[in-house]
Design a protein around this ligand. Sequence first.
Ligand SMILES: Nc1ncnc2c1ncn2[C@@H]1O[C@H](COP(=O)(O)OP(=O)(O)OP(=O)(O)O)[C@@H](O)[C@H]1O
Length: 266
Amino acid sequence: MADSVLRLSDVSVVRDGNPVLKGIDWTVEPDERWVILGRNGAGKTTLLQIAAAALHPSSGEAVVLGESVGHTDLAELRPLLGFASSALARRIPRNERVLDVVMTAAYAVTGRWNELYEDIDERRAHRVLSEWHLDHLAERTFGSLSDGEQKRVQIARSVMTDPEILLLDEPAASLDLGGREELLQLLGGYASDPKSPAIVMVTHHVEEIPQAFNRALLLKDGEITAQGPIGDVLTSENLSATFDIDVEITESDGRYTARARQGVEG
Ligand SMILES: Nc1ncnc2c1ncn2[C@@H]1O[C@H](COP(=O)(O)OP(=O)(O)OP(=O)(O)O)[C@@H](O)[C@H]1O
């Protein structure tokens, strides 16, 4: 069996004296596609930062791609970790050519300076852009794209280095219906490809979970309230307890919808 891409054992994180994550035990295998759900401030982004080896646990152990976080050279690990978040997107220069936004991932920088690119990088960037339906935008500037296009460019950039784990922090946030559905279709196709890496996606909305995601982790006040196969975890009971609101969740063809029960009953 292939090694786990992520193994967290009793991981806790304290920030400004406050516990943000508490006693997290979580393992991600190469063929798993995880969604992380929880209220604002539950610790989702912090958990993703640990998974990206960008943050060290205050206690416990985080092993990312076989390397114990805090005891390894991050520069070697970085190309193996695909990461997309709005915080990272804000660092992309608006006037950067889309092709360069994707290509610079090979050097883990934003903004094209003096790196020497090889033909092979450019060919791969074009291939990745095409996979995310962006090839016609390769010469445009990042700032001239729509929100949906920019989100897809961020994901294309994060998979440019052929990572072993793809970490997505709210990839569908702020998209309109068309933009969301286009992104979810692409993500669902990517998730169902056995050649794709392990995926961990943070979201606030069950409607933003792409088809083919097969695991879910629910966080509340820094603690895991449920984790495991998505069908077992995404129940009305679990979601109600995690979000402190009586919700009913329904599933259809691998997509989920949630709504408040009190709203339904009026
Ligand atoms: N750099 C920091 N210093 C101090 N506290 C922090 C820091 N980053 C996050 N926190 C706190 O840690 C807690 C968890 O934050 P985190 O961003 O992980 O939550 P989240 O579930 O991603 O929230 P949201 O859904 O609002 O994005 C919050 O209470 C937040 O205020």
